[in-house]
Design a binder for this molecule. Structure first.
Ligand code: SAH
Length: 249
């Protein structure tokens, strides 16, 4: 039998943001391996499946990546339909690319299913358009957490002229602030920090580049959160920005 594994994005949290394709994969699944940022409410679509939690954070000890991969492989080789369910999109800071390659090299067919990534959902839920004609001509998704602790290219991020969406940044707010300020980003650049995007527990903290670390502490910002850094995050300013930029009255 041809073994196949679905690598599926579960979206940012709101179960209604799941794609129809993700639902179909879940319905077919016999084994579902679930990351800890996935809202367990989505499991209503796979009542008969065996669910294995393979989260990397939270209260439990992390599950090593190699173990997760071997477990997927074993179930697939035993002929079971396996769904690996990841928060957001599987290929945005989700190791989807690595896992797909590893499985394909072992003769497993892999089908990737997009999910709505947390940065896009967070911005939208706060009414922030990540691109805006005349204001922001693009978006850069970036992780503040690098495998080797190397510095980000702050100058590139500052000069790119795009809205920045920073993942895994809560523990690095001070470094992000310093890096961008030193690279010349305006101290009053608007910043939105969005925790638990798309969930009932969603909270947002509006600040500026200069004050974001201080404001996040006062707000008790917790992971998971994304940061949106750019003019588009200026609170209440979308109407003015659009009017000024494209003349929509
Ligand atoms: N594949 C995921 C990202 C995984 S990396 C995606 O596409 O969304 C984990 C980081 O994602 C967290 O540190 C946080 O920055 C972000 N994140 C995930 N879910 C989130 C949520 N509901 N609200 C805010 N940020 C979230």
């Amino acid at each position: 039998m041809n073994a196949k594994i679905w690598l599926v994005g579960a979206g940012p949290g709101d179960p209604e943001l799941l794609t129809l394709k993700a639902v179909r994969a879940l319905r077919e699944a016999q084994v579902v391996m679930i990351d800890d940022l996935v809202n367990p409410a989505v499991l209503e679509h796979c009542p008969g499946a065996r669910v294995i939690a393979v989260g990397k954070r939270g209260g439990c000890r992390s599950t090593p990546q190699a173990f997760i991969q071997r477990l997927m492989l074993r179930h697939a080789r035993q002929g079971r339909c396996v769904v690996r369910l990841k928060g957001g999109d599987p290929c945005i800071f989700g190791r989807g690319g690595e896992e797909a390659l590893w499985l394909q090299q072992r003769g497993i067919e892999v089908e990737l299913v997009n999910g709505i990534t947390a940065g896009l959902a967070g911005a939208t839920q706060c009414g922030i358009p990540l691109t805006l004609r005349g204001v922001s001509r693009g978006v850069t998704l970036v992780t503040a957490h690098t495998q080797d602790d190397s510095e980000l290219n702050w100058a590139g991020l500052t000069q790119g002229g795009t809205t920045l969406v920073v993942y895994m940044g809560v523990a690095r707010l001070g470094d992000i602030r310093r890096g961008l300020l030193e690279a010349g980003m305006a101290a009053d650049m608007p910043v939105a920090m969005i925790e638990n995007a798309s969930l009932p527990s969603q909270r947002e903290c509006r600040s500026t580049l200069l004050e974001m670390a201080m404001d996040a502490t006062a707000f008790a910002l917790r992971s998971p959160a994304v940061l949106v850094i750019g003019e588009v995050a200026r609170q209440g300013a979308v109407v003015e920005l659009v009017t000024a930029a494209v003349g929509v009255a």
